[in-house]
Design a binder for this molecule. Structure first.
Ligand code: MN
Length: 727
């Protein structure tokens, strides 16, 4: 059984090699902390749990990561598996370590299983997006590596599940991050559990041919080394068998057995400089026969993951082809350890080397002039910041723009789902359809056959163009009824703004004339057009304005009984002409002032088109004007305003609520007298309980004068309150 001591010593050795001068006290503190927290736990093989974090920390150390990452590795299962909290760890080991552990915990909790091949890329992206700090990904890969190394203790079901996940997520990520060595181990171990027969066929074949293979490789290796030595090129050359999974892949893709498969040997020549790489290439081609079409120069054009080498395939005397990879030591480090190697170089090297790591920069958010320390700090993964990855209930991943809502999700699934949506669940709980989705959320759209379809608000709420386009399409195509309602509303609002009674468009003689002018066969067609934006309401009203106004004027004059028609020199008409009211969009229409509220200049007012008496002007707060937004009445209400006028008196009425006493009316009359206003009427009326009302009708120039008088009246003893107009 593996012991604590073995793993601890092994980790310490790695630390001393990669991080000489490391603060062992702090490392021991983390080991102690994790050990105490995991105390009662045992691994599947019965060994103490702590050997797992120790092993992961060792891998992380070998990757070349920093102290925070090693501490994070030691504590990586503490939040998930013990009662340790983020705050706890933060207090002892600092914010960075706590955040690393938190990040690993998040990945541990997420379910990255998916059966669809097309989903894998999204899974990997989501994995990265959830990680925030690249060290979290690296610790998690180290964690998985150790889990794979101890996979034999798991149940067969768990083995298959974990190995599939490893092939889907971890191995491709290791590849993406350029960590070839780890990638190979992950792949080979997975193959061993996923298709044990194939794995065993290959490994036992390799085992049985071991001697033969080694002999072959030694011959080649010696040949290369001798030549390079004689040319004075300092080099290290060695051969190896390609890893099991890559042989398996070759057998599958070429449909060959092991015996038929030749291309399983790979040689490496590692030299000190790039010119030497090309020199070695020349010698290799001189020593062996070139296989045409297999040369690749990954030095001048590096792979996206940063990998650099010269690759060529040649054939020796035995007729067996083999690949030769030629690279510098730095390229070798990068090939083996990938992103972590870059890191190591960055920490040790000056600024000059930074430009070599463009791919890292593309992968990570870095600052141009950042110091080594900051470089580590700024290793944030932001490449998927503009995307959010969520699951369908069946585990399919949907990628959406960041900030997306269940509405966006619904339309990303299918426009039919969006249009039938009545609600949403996020992580199995009812959620608002405008709530922001987070990475890893499971989103379920609740639909109904009787759904009313998208709401216009959704156009503002949704984040994706896809959703917006589909919603607009729906409104145009399927929602004629709603377009009519919306078009009608905006048309009528526009009519009102223009001071035109909407009812006029249904006037028997006017209607056909107006429709013809607008080129529609019925009003609904026009409303629908306005509703989906094919025509503006303002344009429609502009086209009918003149005709309606002409008819309106003719009707007004016709409808007034002869006896009541006013001649131009009548004082009322004169008043209207001089100081009266401007009715918007109507000229020389008759105006009268409503008795109920008796407006005076300065009051907010509204006009009502009466049948035959022109426009009656009410105060805007008059109860009789309260219903002017009622659709059945709206058409008859028009905008009116006070004209700039000479100081002409206007009649108005005030009612005073009083406590009954003698002389009240006289007191009120004295006030009006001293205000020099003309009083038309004044009377008192007794109410029960010693209350009475004094009604005063008098003339004022405007609302300001009225206010002054009203305040004075309220100062009279026993006057309790006042009220405009009469009821
Ligand atoms: Mn673990």
């Amino acid at each position: 059984m593996e012991t604590f001591e073995d793993h601890y010593q092994s980790m310490v050795a790695a630390l001393q090699k990669h991080m000489p001068g490391v603060d062992m006290a702090l490392i021991d503190r983390a080991v102690e902390y994790a050990d105490v927290k995991h105390k009662r736990q045992k691994r599947k093989d019965g060994s103490p749990y702590i050997i797992h974090p120790l092993a992961v920390a060792e891998v992380v150390t070998e990757m070349g990561l920093d102290m925070d990452a090693v501490l994070g590795a030691l504590l990586h299962d503490c939040i998930e598996d013990t009662d340790a909290s983020h705050e706890d760890i933060e207090k002892i080991f600092g914010t960075t370590v706590a955040e690393l552990v938190e990040g690993v915990t998040k990945l541990t909790r997420a379910d990255f299983s998916s059966s669809e091949e097309a989903q894998m890329e999204n899974l990997r992206k989501m994995f990265m997006a959830m990680s925030k700090d690249i060290r979290v990904v690296l610790i998690k890969i180290a964690d998985r590596l150790h889990n794979m190394r101890t996979m034999q203790y798991q149940t067969p079901e768990k083995q298959v599940k974990k190995c599939k996940e490893t092939m889907d997520i971890y191995a491709p990520l290791a590849h993406r991050l350029g960590m070839q060595k780890i990638k190979w181990e992950l792949e080979d171990t997975s193959l061993r559990y996923l298709t044990p027969d194939d794995y065993n066929t290959i490994t036992s074949y390799l085992q049985s041919h071991k001697e033969q293979d080694e002999q072959f490789m030694n011959t080649i290796q010696n040949k290369i080394t001798e030549r390079l030595d004689s040319m004075g090129i300092h080099s290290t050359a060695y051969g190896r068998i390609k890893h099991v999974y890559s042989i398996y892949r070759k057998m599958q893709s070429q449909n060959k057995t092991m015996d038929e498969l030749y291309d399983i040997y790979a040689f490496r020549v590692i030299v000190d400089s790039i010119p030497d790489c090309y020199n070695v290439l020349g010698h290799v081609h001189d020593l062996f026969k070139l296989v045409p079409g297999r040369f690749k120069d990954y030095i001048s054009t590096k792979k996206p993951n940063g990998y650099q080498s010269l690759h060529t395939t040649v054939i020796g005397k035995q007729g067996i082809p083999f690949e030769v990879q030629i690279r510098t030591w730095e390229m070798h480090e990068v090939a083996e350890y990938g992103i972590a190697a870059h890191w190591k170089y960055k920490q040790g090297a000056g600024e000059g080397s930074e430009k070599d790591f463009e791919w890292v920069r593309r992968l990570l958010e870095t600052q141009q002039d950042s110091e080594a320390e900051e470089f580590v700090q700024s290793m944030k993964i932001d490449m998927f910041d503009d995307e959010v990855f969520v699951y369908t209930p069946k585990g399919r991943i949907v990628s959406l723009p960041a900030g997306s809502t269940p509405i966006d999700f619904a339309y990303a699934i299918h426009s039919g789902v969006g249009n039938a949506m009545v609600g949403a669940k996020v992580n199995h709980r009812i959620a608002n359809i405008d709530s922001k989705l987070k990475n890893g959320d499971i989103v379920e759209i609740l639909t109904s056959k009787s759904a009313k379809g998208p709401s216009r608000d959704w156009l503002i709420i949704c984040k994706s163009n896809q959703a917006r386009t589909k919603i607009k399409q729906w409104f145009k195509r399927e929602k004629r009824e709603e377009n009519i309602v919306h078009g009608k509303a905006s048309f009528e609002a526009e009519m009102k703004r223009a001071g035109l009674p909407v009812s006029m468009i249904n006037d028997a003689t006017l209607e056909p004339q107006l429709l013809k002018k607008l080129s529609f066969t019925c009003w609904d067609d026009m409303y629908a057009a306005i509703g989906y934006g094919g025509m503006t309401a303002a344009k429609a009203v502009g086209k009918v304005r003149d005709d309606i106004q002409r008819t309106l004027r003719a009707q007004d004059v016709d409808n007034i009984p002869k006896a009541m028609r006013l001649s131009p020199d009548d004082p009322k008409v004169a008043r209207n002409a001089v100081d009266g009211i401007i009715v918007e969009d109507m000229e020389s229409i008759m105006v009268k002032f409503a008795k109920c509220c008796a407006p005076v200049p300065g009051d907010a007012i509204a006009g009502f088109i009466t049948k035959g008496f022109g426009v009656s002007v009410h105060r805007a707060d008059c109860p009789n004007a309260a219903h002017r937004n009622d659709p059945r009445q709206a058409a008859r209400w028009v905008r009116v305003r006070w004209a700039n006028q000479a100081e002409q008196p206007f009649e108005t009425t005030l009612e005073l609520d009083c406590i009954t006493r003698d002389g009240l009316l006289l007191d009120a009359m004295l006030i009006l007298h001293s205000a020099k206003v003309r009083v038309r009427e004044a009377y008192g009326k007794d109410l029960p309980n010693d209350r009475s009302i004094v009604t005063l009708r008098f003339e004022v120039k405007n609302v300001a004068e009225l206010e002054t008088i009203r305040k004075k009246l309220l100062d009279i003893r026993d006057v309790v309150s006042s009220r405009r107009g009469q009821n």
